[in-house]
Design a protein around this ligand. Structure first.
Ligand code: DQA
Length: 140
């Protein structure tokens, strides 16, 4: 199977920003671990990060027929991007929403996701392992 791990706004700063919330490992290092886990299981995985909403929408639009599943941490876009929501709804590839932090323990604006309704499921609060669990969920 082939998967896409898609990260949105500010996730490129993982390991540098708010380490108490997101940990001290960089996104690149997390991605290498995910790649190793997929390879061990005989799966392929690609990675893409952007701070631009439209670029994430384009990546989603192009996903049909290319990937068997997408793991998406849209960052703050999660809470207000109807454009990303519509892009997920427009494709048939299943998308699992992830968050490293437990957003329900945080500010109230983070309690609302406009994406969950159009996603296959949601995994949050397990740090970098949220991504790992989401990837593995596709092969359960
Ligand atoms: C996040 C949670 C979001 O509220 C926040 O804006 C992020 C990261 C997480 O992984 O916990 O940038 O998606």
């Amino acid at each position: 199977m082939k998967f896409l791990v898609l990260n949105g706004v500010n996730l490129n700063l993982t390991g540098k920003r708010e380490r108490g919330v997101y940990g001290s490992e960089t996104l690149d290092s997390i991605n290498r671990e995910l790649e190793a886990d997929c390879q061990k299981a005989g799966h392929e995985v690609e990675f893409f990060q952007s701070n631009l909403e439209g670029e994430l929408c384009t990546k989603l639009q192009e996903a049909d027929g290319k990937y068997d599943g997408i793991v998406l941490n849209a960052g703050a876009f999660t809470h207000y991007s109807y454009a990303i929501r519509d892009a997920i709804a427009a494709i048939s590839v299943p998308v699992v929403e992830v968050h490293m932090s437990n957003v329900y323990k945080r500010e109230e604006f983070r309690h609302k996701s406009v994406l969950t309704e159009v996603c296959k499921g949601e995994i949050l609060g397990f740090g970098k392992n949220s991504y790992l669990l989401a990837l593995r969920s596709f092969t359960l």
